[in-house]
Ligand binder design. Structure first.
Ligand code: 0O2
Length: 213
């Protein structure tokens, strides 16, 4: 069986672009209203064909089932400043359930931290894409995390890539310590959250006034 990946990935690319714009718009709306935004920034990517095939092989997923079983071909990442913002973003997503997206499942790696030290909240959704040939529903994974969680996950991911999944024990230990430090950083930041939010709102108003001059 030969798959035409170029054709298969078109709706995934479109979905990622649309979903990123939707969450960026929410962020901009908060900012326009001089309100604190629970969304700091949003990124998205379509998984590389080689990574899709590697994941399918690792999980024993046959080619014809890839689109049903690999949930993160379309991946969206929403970064937040504080752990508390993650809940708010999840609520924003839930409010859209049954409207422009359907929630399939949630994976809470913040309460249930992964063995690696990974923390993040994942929401798997079904998203309808209007293509040139009609509607196609695709699966997408939205990862919601703080800046500290993202920093750690990005570094760990690149080390995993470098060591092809076999990170040496001493580096693994350091990563565990770094995960603990990122956890503490999030906790400390949460404790001074009100002060930070007020300062940022004041700064935003001041910048807007300067722009208006
Ligand atoms: P990419 O595109 O390279 O990021 P599994 O990996 O089988 O345990 P599963 O069931 O595929 O996980 O889904 P899960 O747990 O929701 O993880 C999917 C994605 O979450 C991963 O995608 C990563 O982006 C992220 N992730 C999960 N665990 C870790 C981790 O320990 N460290 C880091 N850095 N990221 C993690 P992929 O497949 O790695 O692809």
């Amino acid at each position: 069986m030969i798959l035409d990946w170029k054709k298969i990935l078109i709706p995934y690319k479109q979905a990622v672009e649309e979903i990123v714009v939707k969450f960026e718009s929410i962020k901009n709306e908060y900012r326009e209203l001089d309100k604190y935004s629970p969304i700091e920034f949003v990124t998205g990517r379509v998984k590389k064909v080689s990574s899709i095939l590697d994941k399918a092989k690792k999980r024993g997923v046959p080619l014809e089932k890839i689109e049903d079983e690999i949930e993160d071909i379309a991946g969206i990442r929403i970064m937040c400043q504080f752990v508390e913002d993650i809940d708010k973003v999840v609520r924003l997503i839930k409010r859209r359930d049954g409207k422009d997206l359907k929630i399939i499942c949630e994976k809470d790696y913040i309460t249930n931290i992964k063995e690696s030290g990974y923390r993040s909240y994942h929401v798997i959704i079904k998203y309808p894409v209007q293509t040139a040939f009609g509607e196609k529903e695709i699966l997408a994974e939205i990862q919601i995390r703080t800046l500290a969680m993202n920093f750690w996950a990005t570094i760990e991911h690149s080390l995993n890539y470098k060591f092809e999944g076999n990170i040496p024990q001493n580096v693994r230990e350091r990563l565990k310590n770094a995960a603990e430090a990122a956890f503490k950083l999030d906790k400390e930041m949460s404790e001074i959250r009100d002060e930070i939010m007020e300062a940022q709102e004041a700064f935003q108003v001041k910048s807007t006034l300067i722009e208006d001059i």
